[in-house]
Design a protein around this ligand. Structure first.
Ligand SMILES: Cc1ncc(COP(=O)(O)O)c(C=O)c1O
Length: 313
C-alpha cells in the first residue's frame, strides 16, 4: 500500500540530500509519469519519445501489435495476449527481440512506473530498421514498442449502436498486423454516424468489427464466426465462449448472416476492454434485447473474472 501511495516503485531520480520521511531515509524523489512510451529499452512520457525514420513501420506498417488493459497496476489476461503476439510474429516471420517470459516481466515493471492503475496497455513489434526495401532479411531484429495511456475498461452493461460496413480487408485477419486502414475507415464511418462500432461483413456473412469481435445469442446459444483468416482470434472471444459454456449455454462456431444478426436475441460486441456489450441498433434499426437474463449472467461472470485477475494486493 505504502509503495503504491508514494510511488517508490516508479521512477527514481537521485537527489543531492538525504530526506527523512516517517523515520525512513529516502535518497530519491519520485517523478510521476502520466503516460509511458518505450522503444527498444528507452522510455519516457510518450510525447517525449522519437522513433527512427528507418523503422520499417514508416514504409510498410510492417509490424504486429497487442492491446490490453491494466487495473490496479496489474495487466489483464496477459498470457492470452502474449500468446497471440508471438503467434502473429511467427506467421509473419517477425523476430520479437525478447522471449515471452521476459516481455511479461518487462510489461509488469512498466505498468508500475505510471501513476494511474488503469491503463490502456499497448505493445507492438515492427520488423526492424533498414532503408526502404520490400524484401526483408529473415534474421532482422524486431523493434519493440510499448505505450501506456490512462484509460479504464468500458462499461459492458451500456448498449451501443453500430453500423454495418463491407469487409474489404486482406486475408491475414488472424494476425494482429499494423495494416489497419480498412478498420480505420470503418471505425471513422461509425463515429460519423454517431455509433461506437462498425460490423464488418463479406457479402452476406458477418465477420467481426473494426476493433472487436461480434457474436449473436439465439435460443440460448452463443453463435460466433469460426477461427480462420477472416477474423482475429479475440481473447475476449475465448472468455465469452468459456464462460457461456460454464454457465450451461451452448456455443457454436460457424458463419452467420446479416439476416441472422438482425433477428438475433442479442447482438454482442466483445473485446478485451469491452467484455460483452449488447448492441441496441444496427444501421438505425433496433436489434436484440430478447435474452436479458442470459446476457446479464455472462456479463457478470466476465466482469468478475476481470476483477479477480486484477484485484489489488
Ligand atoms: C479486428 C479486431 N477483432 C477483434 C478484436 C478483439 O480482440 P480482443 O478480444 O483480444 O481484444 C480486436 C481488438 O483489438 C480487433 O482489432
Amino acid at each position: 500500500m505504502l509503495r503504491h501511495q508514494f510511488g517508490w516503485h516508479r521512477r527514481f531520480v537521485p537527489v543531492p540530500k538525504r530526506k527523512q520521511w516517517d523515520g525512513i531515509f529516502v535518497f530519491y524523489e519520485v517523478i510521476s509519469m502520466k503516460t509511458l512510451g518505450y522503444y527498444n529499452g528507452k522510455f519516457d512520457e510518450i510525447e517525449n519519445m522519437t522513433i527512427p525514420m528507418i523503422d520499417r513501420v514508416s514504409w510498410f506498417g510492417d509490424g504486429i501489435y497487442e492491446a490490453t488493459y491494466s487495473h490496479n497496476h496489474k495487466i489483464f489476461d496477459l498470457d492470452h495476449h502474449l500468446t497471440r503476439f508471438y503467434n502473429s510474429a511467427k506467421i509473419l516471420e517477425i523476430n520479437i527481440p525478447i522471449p515471452k517470459d521476459e516481455l511479461a516481466k518487462l510489461l509488469a515493471e512498466l505498468v508500475l512506473k505510471v501513476d494511474d492503475g488503469d491503463q490502456f496497455v499497448y505493445m507492438q513489434c515492427t520488423r526492424g530498421s533498414a532503408p526502404r526495401n520490400h524484401i526483408y532479411d529473415a534474421d532482422m531484429k524486431g523493434n519493440l514498442w510499448v505505450t501506456l495511456t490512462p484509460q479504464p475498461v468500458a462499461d459492458t452493461y451500456t448498449p451501443i449502436d453500430v453500423i454495418t460496413f463491407e469487409d474489404k480487408r486482406f486475408l491475414y485477419c488472424n494476425c494482429k498486423t499494423l495494416n489497419l486502414i480498412p478498420s480505420v475507415l470503418g471505425a471513422t464511418a461509425a463515429d460519423r454516424a454517431g455509433c461506437k462500432e462498425a460490423i464488418f461483413h463479406r457479402g452476406d456473412i458477418v465477420t467481426e468489427c473494426a476493433h472487436s469481435n461480434v457474436s449473436i445469442f439465439k435460443d440460448g446459444k452463443v453463435i460466433t464466426h469460426p477461427l480462420d483468416d477472416k477474423i482475429l482470434p479475440g481473447t475476449a472471444r475465448i472468455r465469452l465462449l468459456a464462460f457461456a459454456e460454464k454457465l450451461g449455454y451452448e456455443t457454436e462456431e460457424r458463419e452467420y448472416t446479416l439476416d441472422e444478426l438482425m433477428n438475433a436475441d442479442e447482438v454482442i460486441v466483445h473485446s478485451t476492454g469491452s467484455f460483452c456489450i449488447p448492441v441496441a441498433h444496427v444501421d438505425g434499426k433496433p436489434v436484440g434485447g430478447k435474452a436479458p437474463e442470459m446476457l446479464k449472467k455472462i456479463q457478470d461472470a466476465l466482469v468478475a473474472d476481470f476483477e479477480e485477475q486484477c484485484k489489488a494486493e
